[in-house]
Design a protein around this ligand. Structure first.
Ligand SMILES: C[S@@+](CC[C@H](N)C(=O)[O-])C[C@H]1O[C@@H](n2cnc3c(N)ncnc32)[C@H](O)[C@@H]1O
Length: 216
């Protein structure tokens, strides 16, 4: 299986952006457990100031959902076509091209980071850089929520590649994602592993972490 580079991922999402947007536009409506985690995240972030970066926002469906929950959300994505669609579908919101490996955001500038199925294509060795970026841009007391495909508890591998329809992706163990967050100075608040729904192939993992108000 070929390991994806940022260029591979960008080109792959550019080529499927319209289909992706149409397929996933209303999926959250059928996912009460996902909405519960995102709702709790939005509530925590609102209490802290409300600025949220939706990193790997795709066509902006989660950016718009967070906005509807009262958070000042903006989106960043690697794929220019995704950003074009996000701007078209959500003209009142801000979307910019960029990579979560090197964010054009100041230190401590956001109260929340959402990475919803957007770290899944990162090579395992790139993940510490991405988590360091999450930790850098979060304000003290800020929150990070991740969604990803996950593994069984007894899986020996923390990152298991699979043939995702767009480009190679990885299932990540929740313990591994929690360890990456911890190494970036973030503290776990909650985790959820839910069963796949009818049209899903894998267990789904959600992890909510927080940057301490004072450095440890
Ligand atoms: C599976 S889609 C999820 C999109 C959106 N979060 C959603 O749930 O609808 C993954 C998205 O992450 C973006 N992405 C992947 N790697 C990225 C990176 N390094 N920086 C920014 N975006 C990235 C892709 O371009 C794609 O739009």
């Amino acid at each position: 299986m070929i390991e994806p580079s940022l260029d591979t991922t960008r080109t792959a999402y550019d080529s499927v952006a319209v289909l992706y947007a149409d397929t996933f536009r209303n999926v959250l409506d059928d996912s009460p457990l996902d909405r519960a985690m995102i709702g709790a995240f939005a509530e925590l972030v609102r209490a802290g100031g409300g600025q949220v970066a939706d990193l790997g926002c795709g066509p902006g469906r989660l950016t718009a959902h967070l906005h509807s929950l009262g958070a000042s959300a903006f989106g960043i994505d690697l794929s220019p076509t995704m950003i074009e669609l996000a701007r078209r579908d959500h003209p009142g919101l801000r979307f910019e091209e960029g990579s979560m490996t090197a964010l054009d955001l100041a230190d401590g500038s956001v109260d929340g980071v959402l990475a919803w199925y957007s770290v899944i294509h990162m090579r395992p060795e790139e993940l510490p850089t991405v988590f360091a970026e999450f930790g850098r841009v979060l304000a003290p007391g800020g929150h990070l929520l991740l969604g990803f495909f996950t593994t069984d508890d007894d899986s020996p591998d923390p990152a298991v590649p699979f043939d995702h329809k767009v480009t190679t992706a990885y299932r990540l163990s929740i313990d591994h994602v929690a360890a990456l967050a911890r190494e970036a100075g973030l503290v776990e608040l909650a985790r959820m592993r839910r069963e796949p729904r009818d049209n899903e192939r894998f267990l789904q993992g959600h992890l909510l972490v927080r940057k301490p108000a004072q450095p440890a």
